[in-house]
Design a protein. Structure first.
Length: 315
């Protein structure tokens, strides 16, 4: 069983599905009915069109079915009375064995719940392997609530875990200094500095375009110690929600970016025949992949994949 993300060669009815999640069974065929569920949930226009969301939902379904396969659990079999069903067992394994946070587990479970609700409508299962309970909403009555029997209430799957509001973690000045000292790779160090000093998200840092970089010494309107404002355009790089925004870049940081673009990037670019507009390239001359920064900063450097720099999360 494998999980892959399609490239731009996947075209259905004239539409390109670059980044769409594909679940491949051991025999090389699509893993059904999970793959059809993803097409119904994500493939239709107007629903979850972000590639990041596609990958997130695909990995959630893959993780559940991989767990069922390894543990020889029949996902469609109705659980015996008094015994845990496949979703309950997956939840407890994710919490006790893997050690995931309740928030992460619930994010995955909600996708699994959607799958089972879809499977019930399609006739793949006879009943849901989990129960629901009613929750009373504190919101005021809405339109047509006077003719609704469920006004002010909603149903929630019992399989979900209780979540405690967590405190956002920030890097201290000492931690930033230690991170910079530990990062021997000049590209990694500069990427870290860019995120720390401007608040860029990791996906924004990975796709930050070379054309945004300039030599500040040649700008008569800038002086050392000043900030320069850059407008980030979703046509040039990946931005959350594809919404343009602005960041302030310190003069000294722009100097470092310019030096990297002129002195360091060309040698890396020569290692690959592919063309990319991204400023930062790995040792093979390629743009950094989706999980690259999480792997770089998330293991050794204070679990940076879970720490917030400024007001932007690194992962």
């Amino acid at each position: 069983m494998r999980f892959i993300l399609a490239n731009d060669h996947l075209v259905v009815q004239g539409r390109t599905f670059d980044g769409f999640p594909l679940l491949i069974a051991d025999d090389g065929c699509p893993m059904e009915p999970a793959q059809t569920f993803l097409w119904d949930l994500l493939g239709k226009a107007g629903r979850a069109q972000s590639k990041a969301t596609w990958a997130k939902y695909g990995r959630a379904i893959y993780d559940f079915f991989a767990y069922c396969q390894v543990n020889a659990i029949e996902w469609a079999k109705e659980p015996q009375s008094g015994l845990q069903g496949p979703v309950d067992r997956y939840r407890d394994w994710s919490k006790s064995t893997v050690g995931l946070s309740p928030r992460t587990i619930n994010q995955r479970l909600r996708v699994v719940v959607w799958f089972y609700e879809w499977a019930l409508k399609r006739g793949h299962v006879k009943a849901l392997p989990f129960e629901h309970y009613q929750v009373t909403s504190s919101a005021g009555p809405g339109f047509l609530s006077h003719i609704s029997d469920t006004a002010g209430t909603t149903t929630t799957p019992k399989v979900l875990l209780a979540e405690k509001k967590s405190i956002i973690k920030f890097l201290t000045k000492e931690q930033v200094g230690l991170c910079l000292a530990d990062l021997a790779n000049p590209t990694h160090r500069l990427m870290f500095s860019l995120m720390v000093r401007t608040g860029l998200r990791q996906v924004e840092c990975r796709t930050f375009p070379e054309k945004y970089v300039f030599d500040p010494a040649r700008r008569k309107d800038l002086a050392e110690g000043q900030m320069t404002r850059l407008t980030l355009d979703p046509m040039d790089m990946k931005l959350k929600g594809d919404r343009p925004r602005e960041i302030d870049v310190p003069y000294s940081l722009m100097e470092d970016l310019w030096w990297y673009a002129v002195r360091h990037r060309p040698s890396r670019a020569r290692q690959s025949s592919s063309q990319t507009n991204a400023l930062f390239l790995n040792e093979e001359g390629e743009q950094y992949g989706d999980q690259a920064l999480t792997d770089i900063f998330g293991v050794d450097l204070f679990s940076l994949s879970k720490v917030t720099v400024g007001d932007r999360a690194l992962a």
